[in-house]
Ligand binder design. Structure first.
Ligand code: PHE
Length: 358
């Protein structure tokens, strides 16, 4: 009997000292398992006389219960320690910047600007920029729209408060002023695209007061409309990632180009979705034309020596077309759910070699 007391003491002490759950389990098996010390002792009961058997049996059962309790208590304690260790090891610093690939999304407008830039960079165009708040001279006058020119009314212009001399700056109504800035900044030849924000007082499903355009300008010797058409056709095919795009040039009017045209691309609207490239429908994608001699003169260029073409295209509209977003206003609502759906991973850098939109 005495050795049983000692055995229980030793076993409980070992249990209390068990370093981890595995060691504890080994101890449990060694004491209470099929061949465990206490189990083996139970097997010896049969050889004892009835009175001793009763007394030793009760003592043995008490020892087993005590040990089982000790094991359970130690298991709880060890599990808590293990959990604490796990929590400490898996601790995240939420103020750390997440990996960029998991973080924000690239807005479709930014993505499309990158795609357009990639396509035109391949044709030798540089990117030029101008200010959002523009002088009337660049936005209108130098573009062959002197004050009182009726075409100024085609633009629902945001004017800034008048300055002391009475003149007013404007939020640029198109990216065409960057044509002027480019031609005044240095001698031709010029080959630039100018993506950026533009502003007109307009708001509905396909118009927002702020929108984006990309301008293209080529100034060189002996430039003609064939160059314009070739560049646009190559752009449309590459941008919409289709082998063929039917195009239609409709005569139009812009004060700063002559002749002027609006460009439609063929599409197919049967079946609920728009397929770009071919079909019986047309989609207007840009205004274009040959740079007007008056514009060249305003930039100190001799129209007999230099010619060029220009076009201006709505970026948001073609982003909607390519990526299937139905409402332009959502582009600028800053709704994160929208951006997660329509946005791009910052690692999806559009390249001609790997595909513009993978
Ligand atoms: N600036 C014109 C517009 O906003 C587009 C355009 C650009 C047309 C260049 C011809 C040449 O509508």
């Amino acid at each position: 009997m005495d050795d049983l007391v000692e055995l229980e003491r030793d076993l409980t002490a070992a249990v209390a000292a068990a370093a981890d759950l595995e060691a504890l389990e080994r101890l449990r098996v060694a004491a209470l398992g099929k061949k465990g010390t206490l189990t083996e002792r139970m097997k010896t009961l049969g050889a004892l006389d009835p009175d001793t058997r009763k007394a030793v049996g009760a003592r043995l059962n008490a020892a087993k219960d005590a040990l089982a309790d000790a094991i359970a208590a130690r298991r709880t304690a060890l599990a808590e320690v293990a959990l604490e260790a796990k929590l400490a090891a898996e601790r995240i610093d939420v103020t750390l910047a997440p990996h960029p690939a998991q973080a924000g999304r690239i807005h479709p407008v930014s993505q499309v600007i990158d795609e357009i830039t990639e396509i035109f960079a391949d044709m030798g165009f540089a990117v030029a920029e101008g200010p959002d708040i523009e002088e009337d001279f660049y936005n209108f006058t130098a573009l062959n729209m002197p004050p009182e020119h009726p075409a100024r009314q085609m633009h629902d212009t945001f004017y800034l408060p008048a300055r002391a001399d009475g003149t007013q700056m404007v939020l640029r109504t198109h990216t065409s002023p960057v044509q002027i800035r480019t031609m005044l900044a240095g001698p031709p030849p010029h080959r630039v695209i100018c993506p950026g924000r533009t502003f007109r007082l307009d708001s509905d499903q396909t118009h927002t007061p702020m929108f984006h355009q990309v301008e293209a300008l080529v100034i060189d010797r002996a430039i003609h409309m064939g160059h314009l058409k070739g560049a646009i056709e190559h752009f449309a095919r590459t941008f919409f990632e289709v082998p063929r795009v039917t195009m239609r040039f409709r005569p139009s009017y812009f004060p700063f180009t002559e002749p002027s045209a609006e460009v439609d691309i063929g599409c197919d609207r049967s079946g609920g979705t728009i397929r770009i490239g071919e079909g019986s429908d047309w989609l207007e994608i840009m205004g274009c034309g040959m740079v007007h001699p008056n514009v060249l003169r305003a930039c100190n260029l001799d129209p007999d020596e230099w010619q060029g073409f220009a076009f201006g295209m709505g970026i948001d509209r073609i982003a909607m077309l390519k990526y299937g977003a139905p409402d332009l206003r959502a582009f600028f609502a800053s709704d994160l759910r929208w951006l997660r759906h329509y946005g791009f991973s910052c690692l999806d850098v559009p390249t001609l070699a790997q595909g513009l939109s993978r």
